[in-house]
Design a protein around this ligand. Structure first.
Ligand code: 44T
Length: 852
């Protein structure tokens, strides 16, 4: 029996190898010893190499050495990371996974590195694998939830729940296939839905491509579950990399795609279609009137699009993109130089700059006002390759728009109509009841600008790098031209140029390390959330008051102490430097808090602002606010490692205050906040504070169908007759982020309730579990618990993340199943906090009626 003898032979060989290789055994044991020694002396790189050698030569040691090996790997990876040796770092992880392919801890840790490096799809894949290996592995679960949004973006749920959109695509595809489009390519297939529509409509050959690995794997699963795995070929590629006959045997007669974003071109549809026309599609039909056989010509669904725009006034947009204040927390910021958000289509293209942002206008707090009628910015025929190719070289078009309402010019809002074919079209307009958001082009003019009803707004429209560029260049008023936004490379507009006074120029020169101070150099861009923070007067006022209180208490204490020790003649104690207080601001991103601390006098403040341009702004502001250069310093450039971050200012000094950034803009508590707080506590002088002192978490019971639509494919009905929901719903996450609770379509079923208190000053606090009973005020389906925070800087002063001017959004736990509740019922919320992550489970105490 060949099998048996094979096994015997293999066994004999193995035994012989083990017996006759003393040199190898010697090498294994000496390497193991070296690995342990190196580990002991913290030479992790060498230890890692020794361990790898040992485990490759002698897999029997795997279990024995697993923990030390992991430890060595993680330490070595940390070092490689800080040295910027990223390729080496990932090589080490790959080698480690060759030895331990099913080690969930290594997979999870590699995921964390991938995530930090921006490889989100891959990171999420690693967390998913780790979780599959060990479903109760909390770290991986939390990481997975944090990145699931990148793995399967939330809009997939919205789109699959948009029955109108599904049906229209289905009809257009059915019609095309009936007319003879026999071979179909679905570009950017997502869950495979459009490809399956084509197959079901009777197309002989269907191909689908998808660039995201996770979405590709999901599409394969869905297509197989619908019995089409033999008849739809799914290719894990970007369409631009596809070739005939390598990927598909011949050119197809129909391309279907919905690779469009709110700004239409952001997913690269122009480039994809140009490539498809040249490489993947049959030639287009010559005569438009010809309704003959479509199997020998090519066409695209959607057939084309019309893009619309409109000028709007919107305070919510304004405060996220432009500087709206001149003074915050006792600091004048009038002389900060030019500041605006990183959303700008007038700037040189750069990775950190986006040409537009997206918002659902109908959901913006405070609403918006239309200043012009909607206008057509562009029409494009996707079946005309010359038109597609000519888009980038189209001349800049200038249009004049009559202003219809008085108001401040804050942005141009953009949406489109997607013409699937002659009959079916989809609109993404602000008035439509669809899942779509609109593209927002904020207007960056240094001063506020009111449009008046008889004005004409001049907008320039062009296409660059395959995105639509819209710019409000001027306003015609009473026969005069008022220039607005600067165009790239052009000098600043005459009439709105800020008039920098000599003092500011001096400050800039001092701060700036620039001899030739020009407008462009003084421009500093901030994230829109940083911009909103800067515009938040209440936030800065609260910090200013809390800092003033603490600093004056500490000054008095120091003075008393110095008086007390004046009898001792130690010059180090009574010198002026010793009376300085030290404040560290470890806020993420741009923050004025260090300056506000320095402004108190006798304070040396350390800022964690890293970007050079932002540091220049702070220096400029220090100068214009009379803060001496020595009283502001920039802290470490890398704050990744919290132990490094919280080092002391010098050996004998302790911090008077450490400002921690505790809540992310998305509405979640920052990861590792509690670890940072406990480290920070150890570094405070007696009487010193960490800001904030405590965080109180509030929540409310709500019924919200909108939240359900964003979290999972709803209903028991198959989607267009296909079984998709169970597969994509695996990627449902329990916590939704970036919510605007004030405009969320929902019914409040209870009052706001305190869910949790995080005392950042309490060493012994146990934060794991808490049960909170909340009474139902009105009957409904309990679907979610939105939550937010009151951030207490001290006993009295607090900032709410739900306030009107907040730069924070809110988060919500969406329950796995809605619960029917009656007025008067008590709902028990089991609130858990694990490593800064909140989870909430809800139970009705009386009477429990769970709904399916
Ligand atoms: N989001 C809209 C974008 N792809 C819609 O990997 C509307 C956003 C949106 N694959 C709120 C609401 C909405 N070759 O899976 C993705 C993507 C893939 C490609 C292969 C290519 N050349 C591409 C280009 C993209 O296509 C899928 C859909 S793309 C965008 C869809 C609901 N926020």
């Amino acid at each position: 029996m060949p099998n048996t003898s094979g096994r015997q032979k293999h066994g004999r060989r193995a035994r012989r190898r083990r017996r006759v290789d003393p040199a190898r055994d010697e090498l294994v044991s000496s390497s193991l010893e070296s690995a342990q020694q190196c580990l002991f002396s913290q030479d992790y790189g060498t230890a890692f190499v020794h361990y790898l050698l040992v485990l490759n030569l002698a897999p029997v040691f795997k279990e024995f050495a697993r923990d030390s090996f992991r430890f060595t790997l993680f330490k070595w990876a940390e070092e490689l990371d800080s040295l910027g040796r990223i390729q080496d770092l990932f090589d080490c992880y790959e080698q480690a996974l060759e030895v331990f392919p099913a080690d969930e801890v290594i997979l999870n840790s590699m995921g964390e590195h991938l995530f930090r490096m921006g490889f989100r799809d891959e990171a999420a894949g690693h967390f998913h694998k780790a979780l599959k290996l060990r479903p109760d592995y909390l770290e991986a679960r939390e990481n997975f939830y944090r990145v699931a949004n990148w793995l399967v973006e939330r809009w997939h749920f919205l789109m699959l729940n948009d029955h109108g959109r599904n049906r229209k695509y289905q009809q257009a595809i059915q019609k095309a296939v009936r007319k003879g489009c026999n071979s179909v390519l679905d570009i950017g297939t997502g869950t495979g839905i459009l490809g399956m529509c084509a197959k079901k409509a009777g197309a002989a050959e269907v191909y689908a491509c998808e660039l995201s690995k996770t979405m590709y794997e999901l599409a394969c699963e869905v297509v197989a579950a619908n019995g089409m795995d033999g008849s739809i070929k799914i290719i894990h590629k970007k369409s631009l990399e596809m070739e005939v006959p390598k990927d598909i045997p011949h050119r197809v007669s129909l391309v279907v795609t919905e690779t469009v974003d709110a700004g239409l071109f952001g997913e690269g549809i122009i480039e994809s279609l140009i490539h498809a026309w040249h490489n993947l599609l049959l030639p287009p039909k010559r005569d438009q009137g010809d309704s003959g056989d479509e199997s020998t010509t090519g066409r695209v669904i959607p057939a084309g699009a019309t893009v619309f725009g409109m000028a709007v006034e919107c305070l919510e947009i304004r405060r996220h993109h432009r500087l709206c204040v001149t003074e915050v927390g006792g600091l004048s910021i009038a002389e900060a130089g030019e500041l605006h958000s990183t959303v700008s289509c007038n700037s040189e293209p750069d990775d950190s700059i986006e040409p537009y942002t997206t918002e659902r206008l109908s959901r913006l707090p405070g609403g918006y006002k239309c200043l012009t009628e909607p206008f057509t910015t562009l029409s494009i025929d996707f079946n005309n390759v010359q038109e597609l190719e000519g888009l980038s070289s189209r001349e800049v078009q200038e249009i004049r728009l009559p202003v219809t309402q008085e108001g401040e010019l804050d942005a141009l809002a953009v949406w489109f109509q997607l013409h699937l074919d002659e009959e079916n079209s989809l609109s993404t307009g602000p008035q439509e009841d669809t899942c779509w958001e609109q593209a927002i082009y904020p207007v960056h003019i240094p001063k506020r600008f009111e449009l008046k009803p008889r004005d004409e707004l001049i907008v320039e429209i062009s296409c660059r790098d395959a995105f639509l560029r819209l710019s409000c260049v001027a306003v015609l008023r009473d026969g005069q031209t008022i220039h607005l936004e600067k165009r790239m490379g052009s000098p600043p507009p005459g009439d709105l140029t800020p008039n920098p006074n000599p003092e500011v120029e001096l400050c800039s020169a001092l701060a700036g390390l620039q001899t030739n101070h020009s407008q462009a150099e003084a421009l500093c861009m901030l994230e829109s959330s940083e911009m909103a923070l800067l515009n938040n007067r209440d936030y800065h006022q609260s910090f200013s008051s809390a800092l003033t209180k603490l600093i004056s208490q500490l000054k008095t204490k120091h003075q008393n102490h110095e008086r007390g020790s004046a009898f001792h003649s130690d010059p180090a104690v009574s010198s002026p430097a010793s009376s300085l207080l030290y404040v560290l601001d470890v806020s993420e991103g741009f923050s004025l808090l260090s300056l506000m601390a320095a402004k108190q006098g006798h304070v040396k403040a350390y800022s964690s602002v890293e970007k050079t341009k932002q540091q220049e702004v702070l220096r400029r502001l220090a100068c214009s606010n009379g803060i001496s250069e020595q009283h502001l310093e920039f802290w470490l450039n890398h704050i990744e490692d919290e132990r490094g971050m919280l080092k002391r200012p010098s050996r004998e000094k302790l911090w008077s205050a450490i400002i921690l950034d505790c809540v992310e803009t998305c509405g979640l508590i920052r990861q590792k906040l509690m670890e940072k707080a406990s480290l920070a506590r150890c570094l405070l002088e007696e009487g010193g504070h960490i800001f904030p002192q405590k965080i109180v978490v509030y929540g409310m019971l709500v019924e919200s169908y909108t939240l359900l639509l964003e979290s999972a494919v709803q209903g028991q009905e198959p989607t267009l007759g296909f079984n998709i929901a169970p597969f994509i719903n695996q990627f449902t996450v329990p916590v939704h982020v970036f919510l605007d609770f004030s405009t969320l379509e929902c019914r409040h079923l209870s009052k706001a309730a305190e869910l949790f208190v995080l005392d950042l000053m309490d060493t012994n606090a146990n934060y794991t579990n808490r049960d909170v009973k909340v009474q139902v005020m009105s009957a409904g389906r309990l679907t979610a618990v939105p939550f937010w925070y009151h951030i207490y800087l001290d006993q009295e002063i607090s900032v709410s993340t739900l306030s009107q001017n907040s730069h924070w959004k809110q988060a919500a736990v969406v329950l796995p199943k809605p619960i029917e509740v009656q007025a008067g019922d008590w709902v028990r919320l089991a609130v858990k906090l694990h490593k800064s992550t909140i989870s909430i489970a809800a139970h009705v105490e009386n009477p429990p009626t769970q709904m399916d």
